[in-house]
Design a protein around this ligand. Sequence first.
Ligand code: FES
Length: 132
Amino acid sequence: MRAPGRGRVPSLLHRTDTMGQYQKHVFVCTSGKTCTAQDSATTFTVLRDAVKEAGLQQQVRVNHAGCMAQCGHGPMVVVYPEDTWYDGVTADAARRIAQEHLVGGRVVDDLRYVAPPGDNKLPKDQRPGETG
Ligand code: FES
């Protein structure tokens, strides 16, 4: 039932034009417990600075993100619209992702995170910064 006085809201699920403001949108888990213990703040800074140095701030947006339910595999990074996930993104790995993927447009296959859909947290006693 439609609310009175309101027009029809177009469904975003059926859009054929994909991204809005940016060509790529990068999310870095910087507030989950384990990724922060794995220095995801540096991962974020390296990616953001590389985008800036490449002059791509209008095309590529790097954002902080919360836990992606992959705790223990971090620092976790995901790039849209490709839906490419990266795990264990150290500063060196972040530089490669920036140069090869964000600037060069090629997914860095050897750094990709391949896991079953959904939550893939390591057991608590195996996660950095989260024991017991
Ligand atoms: S803390 Fe980063 S995925 Fe959970």
